[in-house]
Ligand binder design. Structure first.
Ligand code: MSP
Length: 513
């Protein structure tokens, strides 16, 4: 049976070049995409840029550039980042593309047809930075400036004719949906926040703007552009060629398996988006996961605080896989996490260089010297060997279900423990003292090589490039990685060559070392 998996990142505003927060969402999404791929799923992984609205129009004006030219340039930096981060995305969508405009206008017409859209007037607060409307009780005044309490961004007063979406009508159906689908909003800690927001009462939502023109036009009313969030959220459908529901992509991948987002945009994804979809009679995504923030010096990164971390600079200094490993391991998934260069260096030295890199080097060097550079032929497992080998088969379904619950912390702990055990096994078994018992020596080598193979498979979603380098020891490549084979304790073909590989991770000399 073909299993499909559709994962999305938020589409990023091309208002300034990408920072570590954007890289984080994308790397995590890539982790899930790669895991599912090696577990036999057909994966659709979407990312892209959200290019309309006043925020982008003003950012272009500030640079004195034509808006479309400005978007083109910055969107390209996000596209380049997908390569720099080694993302396995299968599509990159820009909301200025024709395929997207068509979908958005169609969705609008569906909402209109079902009487979910009406013309009225909006008078209230708007934050251009968040592209969000705020009620009076969501605003505070600091230094004579009106600020949105949740995001701390400045708001301005808007008074203009606007189309409205009957969000209030969907309050009860949304609450019912959350109840019947307890996993729809994750993690659990964020769910209650959303539910109480909805329970407090939903007001109809302004879904068009008249005072600027950088957006998708409302069908049959050229004076209005569609609200940028209604426009942006639709990207998840337009990338599957909605409204063509007979399209193969749509049939295979809708509803989405997970919309991975930062917690800052949970309301849009867990309230507005499902309400639009219910109104348009389109199935709802299976899950919206709001991860925490990457903090720099314990604060959310922002231009005004001057604490923006540039992923490219870190990658230039340490390499991509160390950054991927660090972000996946050290930021407890679902919570905020402070990024620190010192911890990153510790991860490289202890986990990557000492535990993984060293194990690969030791066992290959030993095999080359003592087993004629071949995967040993005659072996006989004892209980010590089976103990370390069998746990992968035993735990595979647990790992799968942890991943389906986005429990990345379990996954990474599993790998760290496995590496520790593998090193301990090799040390304790002392194959260098078994030169008189060739079968025992062979078996220890074979077992350790098998464990290196299994762990390299598990590391592939986290550090794909380094995992592939390690698998070169066995002449294995990407197409050979398959989770189902992880329980096979004799996957490595006896008598095949074992290759020497270059050092996988260079240790960082620390100042206080
Ligand atoms: N364009 C909207 C999303 C539309 S999705 C239909 C948007 N864009 S954004 O450029 O501001 O990027 C938002 C996303 O980037 C966040 O939801 C989060 O996933 C990620 N991050 C931005 N800053 C972040 C941190 N400091 N830490 C972690 N992720 C953060 O909102």
């Amino acid at each position: 049976m073909i299993k499909n998996f559709y994962i999305t990142t938020p589409i990023y505003y091309p208002s300034a070049k990408p920072h570590m927060g954007h890289a984080y969402s994308s790397i995590i999404a890539d982790f899930f995409a790669r895991f599912k791929k090696i577990d036999g799923y057909q994966v659709h992984f979407l990312t892209g840029t959200d290019e309309h609205g006043l925020k982008i129009q003003r950012a272009a004006e500030n640079k004195g550039m034509e808006t479309s030219k400005f978007c083109e340039e910055i969107s390209q930096t996000f596209k380049n980042l997908t390569k720099t981060l080694n993302l396995s995305n299968t599509d990159f969508i820009r909301t200025t593309e024709q395929r997207h405009k068509k979908s958005v206008q169609h969705l609008w017409e569906e909402l209109k047809k079902n009487d979910d859209i009406y013309l009225s007037k909006y008078s209230g607060w708007y934050s251009v930075s968040d592209e969000a409307f705020y009620n009076d009780d969501e605003i505070e005044e600091i230094d004579n400036k009106k600020i949105a309490i949740s995001s701390k961004s400045q708001v301005e007063w808007v008074d203009e004719e606007s189309y409205f979406f009957r969000l209030s009508k969907w309050e009860k159906p949304l609450l019912d949906y959350y109840e019947k689908n307890p996993d729809f909003i994750s993690p659990e800690s964020k769910k209650n926040e959303v539910i109480s927001f909805v329970k407090n009462g939903l007001k109809d939502l302004s879904v068009s703007r008249k005072s600027f023109s950088w957006g998708i036009k409302v069908p049959n009313d050229d004076d209005h552009v569609i609200y940028v969030w209604l426009d942006a959220l639709t990207n998840y459908l337009s990338a599957l060629n909605y409204p063509n529901k007979d399209d193969l992509l749509f049939k295979k991948f809708w509803p989405a398996s997970v919309h991975l987002i930062g917690k800052d945009i949970l309301r849009f994804h867990a309230v507005y988006w499902p309400a639009f979809l219910l109104a348009a009679k389109i199935e709802l995504p299976k899950k919206v996961y709001g991860h925490g923030w990457i903090l720099s010096n314990e604060e959310k990164m922002s231009k005004s605080k001057g604490n923006i971390l540039d992923p490219i600079e870190i990658i230039d200094q340490y390499g991509l896989d160390p950054l991927r490993y660090y972000l996946i391991k050290e930021v407890s998934f679902g919570n905020d996490g402070n990024i620190s260069q010192e911890r990153l260096e510790d991860c490289i030295n202890s986990d990557l260089a000492n535990n993984f890199g060293n194990l690969c080097q030791r066992v290959t060097a030993f095999t080359i010297k003592n087993c004629n550079s071949k995967i040993p032929n005659k072996i006989k497992f004892n209980n010590d060997d089976l103990n370390i080998l069998n746990k992968y088969e035993k735990n595979l379904n647990i790992i799968r279900s942890k991943i389906d619950n986005q429990n990345i912390n379990y996954y990474i702990d599993y790998i760290v423990n496995s590496l520790f055990e593998a090193n301990k096994y090799f040390n304790d078994q002392e194959p260098w003292k078994k030169k008189d018992d060739i079968i025992r020596l062979n078996t220890i080598v074979y077992t350790t090589l098998e464990v290196v193979r299994k762990i390299s498979f598990l590391l592939y979603p986290i550090i794909p490039d380094s995992s592939l380098k390690a698998l070169k020891i066995f002449n294995l490549s990407e197409k050979d990685i398959n989770l189902n084979s992880i329980g096979n304790n004799e996957f490595l073909i006896k008598g095949n060559s074992v290759n020497k590989i270059n050092i996988l991770f260079n240790k960082i000399e620390k100042k206080d070392d």
